[in-house]
Design a protein around this ligand. Structure first.
Ligand SMILES: Nc1ncnc2c1ncn2[C@@H]1O[C@H](COP(=O)(O)OP(=O)(O)OP(=O)(O)O)[C@@H](O)[C@H]1O
Length: 255
C-alpha cells in the first residue's frame, strides 16, 4: 500500500508546527526522518498513525484516507510502552484481539513474531524481567504481529546503549527485509538514519517542513562495516551538514 501525504499541515492552537508536507512512500520502502528538536518529526508520525488529525492537506494509505488509528499502521515509541502486568506473549497478542482472526491464527502469529525477534524463550516473562533492548524487541513484535502495511518508529533505540543499539539496528534491517513492511522512522541519530534508510528526509523548524531529501545509495545488505566506507562517511557528512544548516528558526537566522 502506498502512503501519500499531500500538503499536510498541523496547528497546535495558533502555532503551525508542520507545513506543506508532501511525501509518497512505495510499499516496502524504508525512510528515516532527521532534524532539529521541535521540527515536528514526532507530530508527523502521530498524523500518519491517526492519533491526531491534520489541520490541512490529506493523508492516505492504499488510496484510503487516514482518519484515525488502524491495524494497518503499527507504532513503536522510544519507551516501548509495554503493558507491565502482561507477559511478553500477552503483550504481543494484545493488538491481535482487535483483528478478525481465529484464536489459532492469533497464537500462530504470536509464536512467529516472538521467533522473529528472538524472544521465544521469554514468552512467559514480564516486561520488568527484560533488558531495554529486549523490551524494544517485544514492542516491535507487538506492532509487527498485526502485519501492518506501515511500521512507524519514533526513536525506537534512543534509550539504548551503543552496543545494544547497533544490534537492534541490524535486527530491524533483517525484519524489514523478511516482512517487506514499509518503515517510516524518526531518529536524532544521523548515523543510524544513513545505516538503515533508503532515503533520509531532513526536517527544518519554524514551521516544521521537509528541507531536504537525501537518497542513500548504499548496498541493500548493510553490515556494520559499511560505516567505515567512504560512501557511508560522505552521506553521513552530507546529512549532518543539512541538519545543522536547518537547525535555526527563520527568526534566529536573521540575527
Ligand atoms: N500536543 C501538543 N500541543 C501543543 N504543542 C505541541 C504538541 N505536541 C507537539 N507540540 C509542539 O509541536 C512542535 C513539534 O513537536 P514534535 O515533538 O513533533 O517535534 P520533534 O521534531 O519530534 O522534536 P524532538 O526531536 O525534540 O522529539 C514543538 O514545538 C512542540 O512543542
Amino acid at each position: 500500500m502506498t502512503l501519500v501525504l499531500r500538503g499536510v499541515a498541523k496547528d497546535y492552537g495558533v502555532t503551525r508546527v508542520l507545513d506543506g508536507i508532501d511525501l509518497s512512500m512505495e510499499p516496502g520502502e524504508f525512510v528515516c526522518v532527521v532534524g532539529a528538536s521541535g521540527s515536528g518529526k514526532s507530530t508527523l508520525l502521530s498524523l500518519v498513525a491517526g492519533l491526531t488529525p491534520a489541520s490541512a492537506g490529506s493523508i492516505s494509505l492504499g488510496g484510503a484516507p487516514v482518519t484515525g488509528p488502524g491495524p494497518e499502521r503499527g507504532l513503536v515509541f522510544q519507551s516501548g510502552a509495554l503493558f507491565p502486568f502482561l507477559t511478553v506473549a500477552e503483550n504481543v497478542a494484545f493488538g491481535l484481539r482487535l483483528l478478525p482472526i481465529s484464536r489459532a491464527d492469533r497464537e500462530r502469529r504470536v509464536r512467529w513474531y516472538l521467533g522473529e525477534v528472538g524472544l521465544s524463550s521469554l514468552a512467559g516473562a514480564l516486561p520488568r524481567q527484560l533488558s531495554g533492548g529486549q523490551r524494544q524487541r517485544v514492542a516491535i513484535a507487538r506492532a509487527l504481529a498485526c502485519e501492518p502495511a506501515v511500521l512507524l518508529l519514533d526513536e525506537p533505540f534512543g534509550a539504548l546503549d551503543v552496543q545494544t543499539k547497533e544490534d537492534m539496528q541490524l535486527f530491524l534491517r533483517e525484519v524489514w527485509r523478511d516482512t517487506g513492511t514499509t518503515v517510516l522512522m524518526v531518529t536524532h541519530d544521523v548515523e543510524e538514519a544513513v545505516l538503515l534508510a533508503q532515503r533520509v528526509l531532513v526536517f527544518a523548524c519554524g514551521p516544521g517542513r521537509v528541507a531536504a531529501e537525501v537518497p542513500i545509495d548504499l548496498p541493500a545488505y548493510r553490515a556494520l562495516a559499511v560505516k567505515r566506507t567512504s560512501s557511508f562517511l560522505g552521506l553521513r557528512a552530507t546529512v549532518e551538514d543539512l541538519v545543522r544548516s536547518h537547525m535555526l528558526t527563520p527568526e534566529r537566522e536573521k540575527v
